[in-house]
Design a protein around this ligand. Structure first.
Ligand code: ZN
Length: 136
């Protein structure tokens, strides 16, 4: 079997916490003209996505107040919640992070939406930005 050619790291999506998808989506879809892209809901959030070139913008609406997005909205209000980088080898990238002393939220990759392997890094180690890694 041929090894997969490396694709390189890129921004897979930017997750934005919103109070209401229906109120926030028209800016992206109608005013900016970004096409909607189907994605699964996950982690207690309803998710709507639009495609912006190679990356998605994900609008994250809390399904309930105790979900991660619900807590984020209560504390900080709407805004950028996380940036997701797609990497070729999530296991190797997590190891590099661990070796560099970066705090990991997920010690090992877990299955996220669309069956991709994902892991989150602690914002305390990444300039206050919650970083998600996902495998292509
Ligand atoms: Zn994400």
């Amino acid at each position: 079997m041929q090894p997969k050619p490396p694709k390189g790291t890129r921004i897979a999506h930017i997750g934005i916490a919103v109070k209401s998808i229906s109120a926030s989506l028209p800016f992206f879809s109608e005013i900016l003209g970004l096409p909607e892209f189907p994605v699964d809901d996950s982690d207690g959030a309803r998710i709507a996505a639009v495609s912006a070139g190679d990356s998605l913008i994900e609008l994250l609406e809390a399904q309930d107040e105790s979900s991660p997005i619900g807590k984020f909205l209560a504390k900080r209000g709407p805004g950028i919640h996380h940036i997701c980088f797609a990497v070729d080898d999530i296991g190797a990238t997590l190891e590099k992070c661990r070796a560099a002393g970066i705090r990991l939220i997920d010690e090992t990759p877990r299955l996220g939406a669309e069956g991709k392997r994902i892991a989150f890094l602690h914002p305390g180690s990444t300039q206050g930005i919650l970083v998600e890694l996902s495998e292509h």
